[in-house]
Ligand binder design. Structure first.
Ligand SMILES: [Zn+2]
Length: 241
């Protein structure tokens, strides 16, 4: 994902999947109130089980799944044309991009390049933990920047959604092993992020606080299930490669 020193590379597949996830989450809330994550679950499961090809078009996949679930084409098209829908979809996508960019920006801002140089001089056995800490620090830094930005609005847990979407996308698109030497496990990243955002939301008690906490815990549990599903399907894919 990241390149130290010269710049940062984001894969087009990754950006496409973030767009598809935003659409699936926002459309799913309207189209299927009883199972709001059904469209998102369908999209992610398709991605996880497609193997190494990664040839699915996420935006088309969301439409296909919606129509197959019984949504009328005219209703789907009408939703996409609704200005409120567009605004919410864009917001979610931009928060994910913002998190992605700020995470990388934080590596630079926290001078991780030189920290990695010194970590690489340590005994190999202790390198992984030190590098994982840099990733978790970059996540925390990115969330804090987004949360500070949100403060003037509603203290909403939107930074957490940015992280969730980014982290789960990385797991699926990057073929990363569950715990590579440079990146901590996804579960650790999600757990630390959840703790952080719950602290943030609790510190800003307001009318939405309890609702936000419920949302954070519910979506966090849902994403943890997604990671379990990805792990269970990882073995066959690594054989393909
Ligand atoms: Zn990183």
């Amino acid at each position: 994902m990241s390149v130290y020193g010269t710049g940062v590379v984001f894969g087009i597949q990754m950006i496409g999947l973030l767009m598809g996830q935003s659409r699936a989450i926002v459309a799913g809330a309207t189209l299927n109130p009883k199972d709001q994550m059904a469209l998102h679950r369908g999209l992610m499961q398709q991605f996880i089980t497609q193997g190494a090809k990664l040839s699915i078009n996420p935006i088309q996949q969301v439409q296909k799944d919606a129509l197959e679930s019984g949504v009328e084409a005219s209703r789907y098209d009408g939703l996409l044309a609704d200005p409120d829908f567009k605004k919410r979809e864009q917001n979610l996508f931009l928060v994910a991009l913002n998190f992605l960019s700020l995470h990388e920006r934080c590596h630079f801002g926290l001078d991780h390049g030189s920290k990695i140089d010194s970590i690489l001089k340590q005994p190999v056995a202790s390198q992984a933990i030190a590098r994982h800490k840099l990733e978790l620090d970059a996540d925390k830094c990115a969330m804090d920047i987004i949360n500070a930005d949100e403060e003037g609005f509603a203290a909403s847990p939107i930074s957490y959604f940015g992280l969730l979407m980014t982290v789960t996308t990385q797991v699926i698109v990057s073929y990363a092993s569950p715990e590579s030497s440079s990146h901590p496990s996804t579960r650790t990243r999600l757990a630390e992020a959840q703790t952080r955002v719950l602290q943030f939301v609790s510190a800003k008690q307001g009318p939405g606080t309890e609702k936000y906490k419920g949302t954070i815990e519910g979506v966090g549990a849902y994403m943890a299930d997604m990671i379990d599903f990805a792990d269970a399907n990882r073995a066959p894919r690594s054989k393909e490669r």
